[in-house]
Write a protein that binds this ligand. Sequence first.
Ligand code: ADE
Length: 700
Amino acid sequence: MTKEKETVLEGSDVTLFCKAEKYLFSNLMWSYPSEQAVPPVLTEKHHKEHTTFFSFTIKNVTKEQAGIYNCSAENRYTKEVLQRSTQLIVQEKEAPWVMQHLQNVTVNSSSTLVLECRVDGTPLPTITWFKNGYEIQPASGITMLYNENLIIERVKKDDEGLYTCRAVNEMGYANNSAYVTVRGGEEKSNIEVIILVCTGVAATLFWLLLTLFIRKLKKPHASEIKTGYLSIIMDPDEMPLNEQCERLPYDSSKWEFPRDRLSLGKTLGHGAFGKVVEASAFGIDKCSTCKTVAVKMLKECATNNECKALMSELKILIHIGHHLNVVNLLGACTKPGGPLMIVVEYCKYGNLSNYLRSKRGDFIAYKSQEMEKTADDSSGDLSELIKRRLESVASTGSSASSGFIEDKSYSDSEEEEEDPEDMSKKQLTMEDLICYSFQVAKGMEFLASRKCIHRDLAARNILLSENNVVKICDFGLARDIYKDPDYVRKGDARLPLKWMAPEAIFDKIYTTQSDVWSFGVLLWEIFSLGASPYPGVQIDEDFCCRLKEGTRMRPPEYCNPEMYQTMLDCWQGVPTDRPTFTELVQRLGDLLQANVQQEGKDYIPLNTALRVDGETNLKPGSGEQSIRNSVTRWSMLESGNNNKNRPLSVKTFDEVPVGKDKVLNEEGESDSGMVLSSVEMKNLKRQETRSWPFGIIAHA
Ligand code: ADE
């Protein structure tokens, strides 16, 4: 039995839960207060591991249905029948009524007036205050404490009048009024008033200037703000992050989910203090009784700070809102008496980086037209197909068109059944790669519009869900950044150097534009099918300086010229020269469309579409290398991109031969963990007038 007592309002729907050991008990039965058995059609049974969940729903509950409900189960072996009861209390709806009448009062001018509206009703009425029939709005000196108390500070003669509080609920309303008289207040001479006002204005100005000055002195860059371990933050230009998080609301009536309706499963990821586990949630949405979800929670060793960080993460997720291409919040368990848990959407196919790597043997640039035809038999003409695909990615998941919308109908049974889209058999195409890129741009456009900066945009932070939908996530506490070589140590922080824009590396400036840089690196990851960026390049101070000077990564293996140009645009040195996410959505949408039209035609590899023009950093005798090392403009791009600052020639990193002391990752690529000696650090500091964000870094 989930609860011994359940209090509900008449007219609402109520579900009573009872659970029993699956192998020990059978013949589960609910009975009414009259002791009559509840017909099985009104009950539902779910099995999960060792437990049977048995629920009974009463719709539109009435007062007469209140009473003690029993759930009984029979012990399979002893045949003993066990019974548990829950008391259902049904609250009657009542129109608001006045508990205590307001009294007429006389107050002195400049004093504080407090009026208390003591009313009750079921459901609890909302209270509105009126003065002489006009609604009172909160303003400077006028506070409405929980709307019950009206507080007017420094009362003036003008405040005199008839005050009414009106309590309203769905059953009706009640008024409670009193007359307020203000004594004195007219005597102050004009001179006195002028002096008072001038002093006030001067003091306010002084205070404003002082706080602005202090803020300017103290204002931290985004990276310096203690965010716990969250990488997604709200733009710190708006307000310091800690303050923002404290002010963000948590509406428990909307988000609270009972812990006992979560059945935790295997761990999906973990860090030093937090973890993400797979779980089944009973009754978390209207579409399914049992849904697979991911639950973010703390490890036992976590402290109060980590708890605050997780709570901030929850509030940020609520603030961000829902979008198809972000891992959406489903609920939270915040009530005392158990661990803090954040329930988010579960993405069945894991992170994009691993997924792409697993598909390396299954990549084909284009499906032939015949293949496409059989796959999309019902889709009709080509332009309609493209239109519907773009629409479906751009929607927030409610559309029922084809493409990669979320399948809202999947329920607990889906785990046992055979997967209809079986991704292990699916071939990966160029269209899939562009489509993932487009969706991430969409998600980032949304985050940017919500004034959120991700700060750790990378394929490891993108999850793949059903129907080819990708979602941006933030592992936060649940990533072991101490073990992951993509994160490089700086003091007690670790940073994803290879994904960071130069201004983030050197000046700790994180903005939506620095997210665009990371997006460029993410595109590179996608079009290399999950390779580690800057392969073969030693990530040291020379790398950072060359990045700052304009040296860039070479195109990845499976990339076309337009896509590489998009990467280069994201890696513009001047942040404002980079495209916005809205522009990227447009550009990738066009590429997706062009790609669908290309299907069935021949694939033109990148190096045949390139035209060598300008500076190269060739190794003697490497013909293909020469084209790849100096990437120049190509005709297809000249018409499409009107960015005047786009370099005509881009210097690219040469591959550094892998020495015996270099760590290789599982693909045989050079691992990118940063290796800096103290001497190198000193040299770098001499070159850079601004401070280098890393301490002496040991390769993890
Ligand atoms: N790993 C971390 N978060 C996850 C999620 N939401 N779905 C699947 N795997 C995850």
